[in-house]
Design a protein around this ligand. Structure first.
Ligand code: CU
Length: 362
């Protein structure tokens, strides 16, 4: 009798340990443990210092004639009822809580086993990003891959955690230089506080006490707390002037270079600590909010000219030209797609049973 009571107590302790927050906090790693994203200043961007001599390869690839009709029909169907990503300020309390709750749901689900040593379904995504880091950063595949990665995350929230609502997006230009004052961070219901003066573990909000088992860098054996280390002089670079500088560039690869090294890098480095860890930054759930901003800016650039949804240029990590037939993969979490399927967020192409079909509230 007594021993079975002890067993009950042990199993209760074990099951509660798998629910956030964890009983024993993981260590707070020093700033030196985390890498930084390579930054491109706005003045250097304006001077074109990031551009290769002679510019990027401009041999843009268009749709083949055969895919045109099907593409048009799917896109027309999508236009009738697109999924609209809503800016955080207009995102209802109910939507906010559902979104945060769905992320916590993924963190509480077992890993698929396809991304060892991820310890949860959420960490499958972190490990995928970590494994493929060199291929998907520092080259023009960055924007298109992260577009698909974010959409895949949304689909998994939907199919595995019942999140059937629109995603939020974060207009960082409205919070540039004062990220920490956003209610995303000040409210105890959402992402938890954004503190500075050195990395500190997030101890409030929905992710208080979260342990990150993937990262920093390429490590998979260094459990550490979810930490942040804000530098508002860096977040100030997520301003509309810088976004416009990038979006004034006329070809995809040039715009991409500016966006990646500009507002994208400064947002990561400005939030700091886990978010500045190039390989494993998706460990911080605010990663998805930041990347919604980057994808938004990409979409706004595309809206300036319809040809920007049917052409691409630049080379991938291996030096091969990107074409509309280049494969974009999330390692089986969702089917592989071609760039032509997702270059237009309103393509309506069916992927894994759902149309690729969304736009931004503005
Ligand atoms: Cu990334």
């Amino acid at each position: 009798m007594r021993s079975s009571l002890v067993l009950l107590a042990i199993s209760a302790a074990l099951s509660s340990a798998s629910i956030l927050p964890r009983a024993a906090p993981a260590p707070n790693l020093p700033a030196s443990s985390f890498t930084k994203f390579q930054e491109l200043s706005q003045s250097d961007a304006e001077a074109g210092k990031d551009l290769p001599p002679g510019g990027f390869n401009t041999t843009s690839s268009r749709f083949g004639a055969s895919s045109g009709a099907a593409q048009t029909a799917a896109s027309a169907a999508c236009s009738a009822a697109p999924n609209i990503r809503i800016e955080w300020r207009s995102y209802s309390t109910s939507d906010r809580q559902a979104f945060i709750g769905a992320i916590k749901c993924l963190m509480g689900k077992p890993p698929s086993g396809q991304f060892p040593p991820a310890t949860s379904r959420y960490e499958d995504f972190v490990r995928l990003h970590q494994m493929w880091m060199p291929n998907i950063h520092g080259n023009p595949k960055f924007l298109i891959w992260h577009r698909y990665y974010l959409w895949t995350f949304q689909m998994v929230l939907r199919d595995e955690c019942g999140f059937n609502r629109a995603l939020p997006w974060w207009d960082e230009t409205l919070d540039a230089g004062r990220f920490a004052q956003s209610d995303m961070f000040t409210s105890n219901d959402y992402f938890g506080r954004l503190a500075g003066g050195g990395p500190s573990c997030v101890t409030n909000g929905a992710f208080a006490g979260l342990t990150c088992n993937i990262g920093p860098g390429t490590s998979t054996t260094t459990p550490h707390c979810l930490s942040r280390n804000v530098d508002e002089s860096l977040t100030s670079q997520c301003n509309s002037g810088f976004v416009n500088t990038c979006n004034s560039r006329g070809d995809y690869a040039s715009m991409e270079s500016c966006s990646e090294g500009g507002p994208h890098a400064y947002g990561h480095n400005g939030i700091g600590a886990v978010m500045s860890d190039v390989s494993a930054s998706p460990s911080d759930p605010v990663f998805w909010m930041h990347h919604s901003f980057i994808d938004h800016n990409f979409r706004i650039w595309q809206n300036q000219d319809p040809a920007r949804t049917t052409t691409i240029n630049g080379n991938d990590h291996f030096g091969n030209p990107l074409t509309m037939d280049t494969i974009v993969t999330v390692a089986g979490i969702r089917p592989d797609v071609k760039i032509s399927d997702i270059m237009n967020t309103m393509s309506g192409v069916m992927i894994g049973g759902h149309p690729f079909c969304y736009k931004y509230s503005y």
